[in-house]
Ligand binder design. Structure first.
Ligand code: HEC
Length: 97
């Protein structure tokens, strides 16, 4: 029984991680991503995420775009870090249905 409980909490923790943590994502985003987007569109850079027409139509496309942009930062990111930032952008700006 104990083992089962432990196992299920591990599975839950893994699932939570796969979904990403928007709070961690915001911190990473503001530190590593915003400056370059500000140079592109001004303001706080977030106009890039809300422009029309929408180029990013679902979460998979967003995750892919994040990976591409991470490459531009020249920093090595862990997949979890990309997930956090994807989660942040999805929650704050893209709000996919
Ligand atoms: C060296 C500059 C640069 C850096 C650093 C950068 N980006 Fe970008 N980003 C761009 C450019 C250029 C575009 C594309 C603009 C266009 O298509 O008009 C873009 C577009 C995007 C888009 C798509 C916006 C949309 O809805 O069309 C997302 C999402 C994004 N970046 C996320 C990130 C994230 C997350 C990071 C940090 C890991 C990051 N970017 C760092 C230059 C950068």
């Amino acid at each position: 029984m104990r083992t089962l409980l432990l196992l299920s909490s591990l599975v839950l923790a893994a699932a939570a991680q796969a979904a990403g943590d928007p709070k961690l994502g915001k911190a990473l985003h503001d530190k590593q991503c915003a400056a370059c987007h500000v140079r592109l569109v001004g303001g706080d850079g977030s106009k890039l995420y809300t422009r029309t027409p929408r180029l990013i139509k679902d979460r998979a496309a967003l995750a892919q775009r994040v990976t591409m942009c991470v490459a531009q930062t020249g920093t090595k990111w862990f997949p979890e870090e990309e997930e956090h930032v994807t989660a942040y952008l999805a929650q704050q700006f893209y709000k996919f249905k």
